[in-house]
Design a protein. Structure first.
Length: 75
């Protein structure tokens, strides 16, 4: 709940992204990254300013999904 005189958090442009020189969404879009790669970029980029090791674990999950997909495509 937001108290009087308190600013609501910006859930559209959170500081863990807007403080970056190139926000992940811009980098991802401009480079037309695959969804697994995009999630890796997002989670690795923000881990220090948001969820720490949890974000690194999420990035690892998406990297593993990417590896499985690429492996399956090579069969």
């Amino acid at each position: 709940m937001i108290k009087q005189n308190q600013v609501a958090p910006d859930n559209i442009n959170p500081t863990h992204y807007t403080q970056m020189t190139i926000p992940p969404n811009v980098y991802i879009t401009e480079n037309n990254l695959e969804w697994e790669v995009a999630n890796c970029v997002k989670y690795v980029s923000r881990y220090k300013n948001k969820n720490g090791i949890e974000d690194l674990r999420k990035a690892k999950k998406y990297l593993e999904l990417l590896a499985m997909r690429v492996y399956a495509e090579e069969l």
